[in-house]
Write a protein that binds this ligand. Sequence first.
Ligand code: ACO
Length: 333
Amino acid sequence: MSKTTVFEGPIGVLGLGVCVPNRILSNADLEKMVDTTDEWIVTRTGIHERRILEDHQVPSDIAYQAAKRAIEESGVDPSEIGALIYCTYTPDHFMPPTACILQHKLGIGSGLCYDMNAACTGFIYGLQNAYAMIRSGMAKKVLVIGCDCASRIVDYTDRNTCILFGDGAGAMVIGEVPEGRGILGNMAGCDGAGAMLIYQKVGACAFPMTKQNIDTKDRYMQMNGREVFKFAVKIVTDAVEAALADAGLDVKDVDLLVPHQANVRIIQAAQERFNFAEEKTVITMDKYGNTSAASIPLALDDARKRGKLKVGTTCALVAFGAGLTYAASIVRW
Ligand code: ACO
C-alpha cells in the first residue's frame, strides 16, 4: 500500500442521489394479502405505502440510478472516485460483491470496493467508513451507496414484517467541502447480544438452502418487533447525544433531525425527549416504509425537495437496525 498523508480539511457531501422503484404496494394491497388493516398499519407505524422492485429488476438497478445522480450532482469524474462502499443486507448475489458490479458499470476508479452489511444502520456506517478513509488519506473521494430491497426476503404471509419494508436506494459522493461544512461528529456501536432479534435463518452458510427448507418460513426475514422497538427508542437519543458531544455541539444546535424511518412512534419518542418541533424532523416512511440502508439518503433528499435542507443546515443523522447496530453523524450541509 502506498504511503498516505492525513487529510485535515472538512469532509462532507459533494452530491446526493436517490431512486425508488415505480411499483407501489399500498396498505389496501396488504389488507388483501394478510390479516391487517390500513388503520392498524398507519396508527402503529405511520406507513401508508411503500415501493417494491419490479419482478425483472435487481437491487443494483436502482442503486445504479441513485449513484449516477449523486455523481452528476457532485460534478466529479467517476474515475476520480477512489473507493466504493455498497451498504446492504440484500445484495444482488453473495458473490461477487454488488459494489464490484457497480464499480464497472459506473466507471469508478480503482480502490477499495466492497459490500458492507450493517442492516438499517448501513448508510451511516458507510458514511463513517468514507470519512475515515478520506481523513487517513487513503482516498480523496468515496462513493457510498445504501440500497435494500427487503421485498426479496420478506414473507408476504407474515403481517409482523411485510407491512414495514419498502425498497429503495440512495447514494452520496463524499470528499473535501468548504470550511464550516461537512461531517462534524460521529458515533457508532453495536450490541451483538441482540443479534438474533432480526434474522434470516436459511440461505447463507450456517443453514444453506435445501429441498427441505426452501418452502419454509426460515428462508425469510424474522423479527421480534417489540424488543427492537424498545432498543430503538433508547438508542436513537443516546446516539444523537454522543455524536453531538463528538462534534462539540448541543441539541439546540441541530436544525434537522434525520432519523432512520422504521416507525413514526420511535421518531416521536425522540422528538419528545429532545423537545424538537415537528417541522425540524424528517418523516418519509409514510410513502416509502422502512427502506433500510436507503432510509437516510431518501430522507435527506425529501427534506431538500421540501426546502428544509439547505447549505449550512446542521443535521443529526441517526439509525439502528439488525445486529443490533446503531450510529449517528452530525453533518452541516
Ligand atoms: N396488523 C394487525 N395486527 C398486527 C399486525 C398487523 N400488521 N402486526 C402485529 N399485529 C398484532 C399482534 O399480533 C398483536 O396482537 P395480540 O395483542 O393479539 O398478540 C398486536 O398487534 C400488537 O403487536 P405488537 O408486536 O406489540 O405491536 P407493536 O405496537 O409493537 O408494533 C411493530 C409492531 C410495528 C413491528 C413495532 O414493534 C416496531 O416497529 N418495531 C420496530 C421494528 C424496527 O424498527 N425494525 C428496524 C430494524 S429492521 C432491519 O434492520 C432489517
